[in-house]
Design a protein around this ligand. Structure first.
Ligand code: HGY
Ligand code: MN
Ligand code: MN
Length: 411
């Protein structure tokens, strides 16, 4: 095989082009599951995969698979990939670097004359972001069989539309049970992703090799109080759903900041009220809470504290509380030999790398129980992500793709 050269100019043009496929106004990127922009983004990526001569298929929930067929079909493939869906007000690198960068890693290997023995498969996972149904990693959960078909069928978006409705919108075909991967389908899964944190930049490192992915959880709370006229409803006896929600949001912050662990992070990312008139006492409040930690015990203790506080707050304020645990997931421990292979590649290429824990979750979290898994992180400016000013430089992306190409050839 000749030397591997990453065409970073071509890759950057593709990243920039995909960023223009958005529900928002560029440079803001928003692509929610099976929205018109998400469908255009998927078509854009599929075309690039076809141009690279990859064999495409899509499963019943829209996970996309683009395979470079190897010479030995009996060997399990090596997989890579990430997501192209994006939350509201997002940037253009989260997920996309792991999809278009993986495609460029494959093209670089093709150009170097590499002929894979085991197939190399690029996966574009459906709905890594939780925006549509409130649960993240929908596609990889179903691939790994960790989301029951009953739970999947019961998912609803904020307008009450179910998964079937959105699968129709996405043009998906097939049955949900067919999505689950067979046990020995992949020899390894390696996901390239921006760090979404400050460590690599702060320590002037080029690559992070993920050993562990933090344990995510999320809650949905529907608070029902009693509305009324803002002028005529005196303060004593009010049952203001917004104020109960506000106390709960502060309880989330308190649980996270007093857990004893800096890794406990709690966010009330969605807080809607009704009826939403300045002269009407809020009778409804809807909250979505995201809580994580690298240690399950600490996360679970904080979660229980939040649930208990929410119940007590609503009890005291005469508010009806409907609380749902949307997901409570274990952390993922990445495959040590695979981590070591990435370390050796970085050493061979004289790339400054370190092992680390991912505080963000990724599809790799649900691929880890399926096959040996790790992630390759590249720095992002100021550790910023889930914002339009998210940024990784072409040079940083090029190094990540270069390392990924070596890994795909080495596994
Ligand atoms: O929220 C996360 O950790 C991921 O970026 N979806
Ligand atoms: Mn994200
Ligand atoms: Mn991501």
């Amino acid at each position: 095989m000749n030397s591997i050269t990453v065409d970073i100019e071509k890759l950057q043009r593709e990243i920039d082009a995909l960023a223009l496929i958005t529900e928002a106004t560029p440079p803001v990127v928003t692509r929610v599951l099976f929205s018109e922009a998400d469908l255009r983004g998927r078509a854009f990526v599929k075309n690039l995969c076809r141009e690279a001569g990859l064999v495409l298929r899509e499963d019943a929930v829209g996970n996309m698979f683009a395979r470079w067929v190897g010479t030995d079909q009996n060997l399990p493939a090596v997989a890579t990939g990430s997501h192209i869906d994006a939350i509201p007000n997002a940037g253009k690198y989260d997920g996309v670097v792991g999809v278009l960068g993986a495609l460029e890693a494959i093209r670089a290997l093709q150009a170097a004359g590499f002929q894979p023995q085991r197939s190399i498969e690029l996966i574009v996972f459906t709905a890594e972001e939780p925006t549509r149904f409130g649960i993240g990693c929908l596609g990889s959960r179903l691939l790994g069989g960790v989301l029951s078909l009953e739970r999947a069928a019961a998912l609803r978006d904020c307008a009450g539309r179910d998964l079937e409705f959105w699968l129709m919108q996405g043009g998906c075909a097939g049955s949900l049970p067919s999505v689950k991967l067979a046990g020995d389908c992949y020899a390894a899964f390696v996901e390239l992703h921006i760090e979404q944190g400050p460590l690599l930049e702060a320590e002037n490192l080029d690559i992070g090799i993920v050993e562990k992915i933090a344990a995510p959880s999320s809650l949905r709370l529907q608070l029902t109080g009693v509305g009324g006229h803002a002028g005529a409803t005196l303060m004593p006896g009010r049952r203001d759903a917004l104020l109960a929600g506000a106390e709960i949001a502060l309880a989330v912050e308190h649980a996270a900041t007093t857990s004893g662990s800096l890794d406990t992070v709690g966010t009330t990312g969605i807080f809607r009220i009704a009826p939403g008139a300045v002269n009407s006492v809020p009778c409804e409040a809807y909250l979505e809470i995201d809580l994580r930690d690298t240690q399950v015990a600490t996360r679970d203790a904080a979660l229980a504290q939040i649930e208990n506080r929410a119940a007590a707050i609503c009890q005291r304020r005469g508010i009806k509380l409907a609380l749902q645990r949307v997901n409570v997931d274990p952390p993922a421990i990445c495959n040590a030999p695979l981590v070591q292979t990435v370390e050796q590649v970085c050493h061979k290429l004289q790339i400054a790398a370190t092992k680390l824990t991912s505080h963000a979750y990724h599809d790799a979290l649900f691929m880890a129980p399926v096959c040996p898994t790790t992630m390759i992180f590249i720095p992002c400016r100021g550790g910023v992500s889930h914002r339009p000013d998210e940024y990784s430089s072409p040079a940083q992306i090029q190094i990540g793709v270069r390392v990924l190409a070596e890994i795909l050839a080495a596994v």
